[in-house]
Design a protein around this ligand. Structure first.
Ligand code: PLP
Length: 322
């Protein structure tokens, strides 16, 4: 199945991939108000499963709540729709759900406040990346730059919990510049020189005393992978701290890694041109990555409930009226 054969859920109906468009003057395109979430489809032996689908859909509703977007669905309806979209799109590896104002508007506040929801399930590599000219950027181990010119994570502007298009606007030029300078990605600071996250992933440090530390849920998006890694790490016996971390703590960190839906646990080996630790993937990062990979492969019974099989609908309570 290629992209041209895929179907996309739009407000309760399936439409062809090529028809899932909006007008160039749509409010969300012009004003950056599109809310979205992105989840992984894993393929454990018992069949395709969406990772923590309920948490992702709840996060979409949280984004809509923060941004005041009047989404007219229930959480369960969109979980069901997500599972059905994966069922109808063979070989899908990920799901992107978008909630937006498709209406052409004059004012910032839309006259027509209908929020359209689109759900697309696809294979990023086959359906999107391979069809483009040039090579995609890829690094198995990361070299990062710290963005020191602009403090772009201001939670009084757009709260980090809002996964909305406009919140990626400041990180695009920062990350693009870092790429031109030969780095893979960029660490964003807040206005107090505290670490926050990268544009699309969370940040973890293994500190000198072996503690796992990550910026707080007020400073960075509460990534689903971040939360999974915190729970997995606690189960493995790590002490985990969610706290404010000054940029200078990067100098003494033994290990650094990032987390995100599309990358899992992603080791960082250089920051601002200097090696992290001894410049190789650290043992704790390797241990957490191996455990996370086993969880998403369905090999860890304690966390098997995070994999929602697409063959299974939501369990609904019995109708009390019989
Ligand atoms: C700003 C930001 N931080 C962190 C993440 C990682 O979150 P998750 O693990 O839920 O993919 C993302 C994901 O796209 C993101 O956009």
């Amino acid at each position: 199945m290629g992209a041209e054969d895929r179907v996309i859920w739009r407000d309760g109906e399936f439409i062809a991939w090529a028809d899932a468009t909006v007008h160039v003057l749509a409010q969300s395109l012009q004003r950056g108000s599109l809310a979205f979430d992105y989840m992984a489809v894993h393929r454990p032996s018992r069949g395709p499963a969406v990772f923590r689908v309920d948490d992702h859909i709840r996060r979409l509703f949280n984004t809509c709540g923060i941004m005041g977007l009047p989404i007219a669905y229930e959480v369960d309806e969109l979980i069901e729709a997500t599972l059905e979209t994966v069922r109808r799109n063979e070989g899908a590896r990920s799901v992107r759900i978008s909630a937006l104002f498709p209406s052409v508007e004059v004012e910032l506040v839309p006259q027509d406040p209908h929020i359209a929801v689109f759900i697309a399930a696809y294979d990023s590599r086959k359906d999107i990346i391979e069809g483009k000219p040039g090579k995609p950027h890829f690094a198995a181990e990361l070299s990062l730059k710290v963005e020191r010119v602009k403090r772009s994570r201001r939670h009084d502007l757009i709260p980090p919990q809002a996964k909305v298009a406009a919140s990626y606007t400041p990180s695009l030029p920062a990350k693009w510049q870092a790429r031109r300078e030969g780095f893979d990605d960029i660490i964003l600071l807040d206005e107090h020189d505290q670490l926050t996250e990268a544009p699309t992933s969370n940040l973890f440090l293994v500190t000198a005393d072996g503690t796992l530390a990550t910026p707080t849920g007020e400073q960075a998006l509460r990534g689903i992978t971040r939360d999974s890694v915190i729970q997995i790490a606690r189960e493995l016996g790590f002490a985990v701290e969610e706290r404010s971390i000054g940029v200078d703590e990067l100098d003494t960190a033994r290990e650094v890694f990032m987390t995100g839906t599309s990358v899992g646990v992603w080791p960082v080996i250089r920051i601002d041109g200097e090696p992290v630790g001894n410049g190789a993937v650290g043992p704790e990062t390797a241990r957490l990555k191996a455990r996370f990979d086993a969880v998403v492969a369905g090999d860890v019974p304690e966390f098997a409930h995070w994999l929602h099989p697409v063959s299974q609908s939501l369990e609904r309570p019995e109708n009390p009226d019989g």
